[in-house]
Design a binder for this molecule. Structure first.
Ligand code: ZN
Ligand code: ZN
Ligand code: ZN
Length: 110
């Protein structure tokens, strides 16, 4: 595990959109400003590492849960379906092949 700055609140520990009140704590890090991710982790392709759901609705990214980083295991390569964007081209939903991470497990060389 490693401790990273919470992407959703940018480490401030406060709800970045003031949905409840100005003093509301960030729902992702619980106000700590830091979140734990399992290594190895990469920047979330779906939200581009912002932790915010990319289609406007002021909610946490459904792929990284607001952390801005996602855990990937083993060797990976760019997802051929979404070309690394993490999004379905037509719907904008998270890619069904890579789950929004933008990378897929690299095929073992034969
Ligand atoms: Zn936070
Ligand atoms: Zn994300
Ligand atoms: Zn994909």
């Amino acid at each position: 595990m490693s401790l990273i700055t919470c992407a959703f609140c940018k480490g401030k520990g406060k709800d970045p959109f003031n949905l409840l009140s100005e003093l509301a704590t960030c729902q992702v890090c619980g106000g700590k400003g830091k979140v734990e991710v399992k290594e190895p982790a990469i920047g979330c392709a779906y939200c581009k590492g912002t932790g915010v759901y990319p289609h406007g609705s002021r909610i946490t990214c459904t792929v990284c849960n607001g952390k801005g980083m996602v855990t990937v295991k083993g060797a990976t390569e760019k997802c051929p379906r979404c070309k690394g964007t993490g999004q379905e081209i037509e719907s904008g939903l998270s890619c069904i092949k890579c789950g929004g991470k933008g990378v897929v497990r690299k095929k073992e060389e034969a």
